[in-house]
Ligand binder design. Structure first.
Ligand code: LLP
Length: 436
């Protein structure tokens, strides 16, 4: 479900006209729909409700705007964090540390100390050295650190190679073969309390069976640890994918016509939260533990768009370029993962004529593109478009490369739009810099 649709030829986010909004705040700009975020969260939570004791820890790395965090905290979400900075933001947004899990392979002593003093629910430990470090920091602080070990189930989940994490060749987690021994070690360390076991197989996964496979592979270990060390929770991580192709038409059907990486029309299947839940609920319920989920993209991905304006057109003997005012520094997914984002005009053009174009940004890199050889409505300078499904891993991965200020973020709620992050100024760009 999402709340972007055309009404009388203009694209709306809930009750807000995006072209009017773009005139007010300028482009490029990120816009998020509160309704979409809330309904994604509620729908997933409802699908998982047969589990009883559960906690959805939103993976805030996907979108860490304070207002998004605040909205989800009010829904009752916990948070999956990966740095001290993320915990700081959760607390500023009204979230609770005792509903946060702390993941990541490189937690510093300072971050561990901060999270421990704030009362974090669990450190998800990624290596044996980190286990020793957490114990040492806790000893120094005179506190007991709750931990879970991130166990790598060696499951192959079909996704882009940069976002697959559950194979043994990835840097994440501890192998199944070592896990029991690491728990033994944890049990012997006086400043640790074993709280759970965590796993995560990757991101943008569109099929449910790999999740069930991971649960199946870990079940004997989880039951053994529960008996031995009194495990309290099992976290299955995040990774539920969304549909990028046909993003606007997707609505809520189980599948729709989209196009594959080569632009060939194909049937795209959505991993509905209910289908995901149906696959994992029974094996998870059988564990008799609190179950944690760490969705990021599923909650916010289709809840955000990046608005951008056409600056120029340019043709070479082989290409037609449409140059827009957003760049790879603002949305890096196409450049980094060949990520596909639907591009929709804010005002539907009167003619149905299509042309094949590359939509590119102003950054001085050939990788600075949003679409290549894509059939698009004919666009002219001044026209505005939305890069759809940019709510996850959009703004959070942006940078000021080419001295381009960070973009504003706007949160829509019904008919109301609120500027929840200001556009950076050139002065902001040099804040903190000094001449020698
Ligand atoms: N839990 C852990 C331990 C993770 O590493 C991640 C994502 C998540 C949860 C949330 O995964 P999600 O539900 O969002 O798939 N920048 C990439 C995605 C990187 C994902 C990193 N880890 C992209 O734009 O596709």
């Amino acid at each position: 479900m999402h709340s972007f649709r055309y009404v009388d030829g203009s694209l709306k986010c809930e009750g807000v006209d995006l072209n009017t909004l773009a005139s007010e705040v300028g482009t490029p700009a990120y816009v998020y729909s509160s309704e979409t975020i809330r309904s994604n969260y509620r729908r997933l939570d409802l699908a998982l409700s047969p589990l009883g004791d559960r906690m959805i820890c939103y993976a805030m790395k996907a979108n860490g705007n304070l207002s998004v965090l605040n909205l989800l905290a009010k829904e009752g979400a916990g948070f999956d964090i990966v740095s001290g900075g993320e915990l700081f933001k959760v607390l500023k947004a009204g979230g609770r540390a005792d509903r946060c899990t702390f993941a990541g392979v490189g937690k510093t002593a300072g971050e561990i100390d901060y999270a421990l003093r704030q009362g974090i629910y669990s450190f998800n430990v990624e290596s044996e050295e980190e286990l020793e470090m957490i114990n040492a920091v806790a000893a120094k602080a005179g506190l007991i650190a709750p931990i879970a070990v991130r166990v790598n189930p060696d499951v192959d989940a079909p996704t882009h190679k940069y976002i697959s994490t559950g194979k043994s060749k990835n840097k994440f987690g501890i192998g199944l073969d070592r896990a029991a021994a690491v728990y033994e070690r944890a049990a012997s360390l006086p400043h640790l309390k074993i709280r759970g076991l965590q796993t995560h197989i990757g991101s943008q996964i569109l099929k449910a069976p790999p999740f069930a496979e991971a649960v199946g592979k870990l079940t004997p270990l989880v039951l053994e640890l529960k008996a031995k060390h009194g495990l309290e929770f099992f976290s299955i991580g995040g990774g539920v994918g969304i549909v990028y192709h046909g993003a606007l038409s997707s609505g809520d059907s189980a599948w729709w016509k989209g196009s594959d990486e080569n632009g060939v029309e194909t049937k795209v299947e959505r991993l509905a939260p209910e289908a995901y839940a149906a696959e994992v609920i029974e094996p998870l319920r059988a564990l008799g533990l609190r179950i944690l989920f760490e969705p990021g993209r599923f909650i916010v991905g289709n809840a955000g768009v990046l608005l951008t304006s056409v600056l120029y057109r340019k043709s070479t003997p082989t290409k037609n370029f449409v140059i827009v005012d957003a760049g790879m520094n603002d949305l890096i997914r196409p450049a980094l993962y060949e990520g596909y984002h639907e591009i929709e005009p804010l005002l539907q053009p009167p003619s149905e004529q299509l042309e094949k174009v590359d939509v590119v940004g102003p950054v001085c890199e050939s990788g600075d593109f949003f679409a290549q050889d894509r059939e698009m409505p004919v666009l002219a300078p001044g026209d505005r478009v939305a890069l759809m499904s940019s709510g996850a891993y959009g703004f959070v991965m942006s940078s000021t490369y080419n001295a381009r200020p960070l973009l504003p973020e706007i949160l829509v709620e019904g008919e109301t739009s609120t500027l929840v992050r200001e556009r950076q100024s050139w002065e902001d760009l040099i804040r903190g810099e000094r001449l020698p």
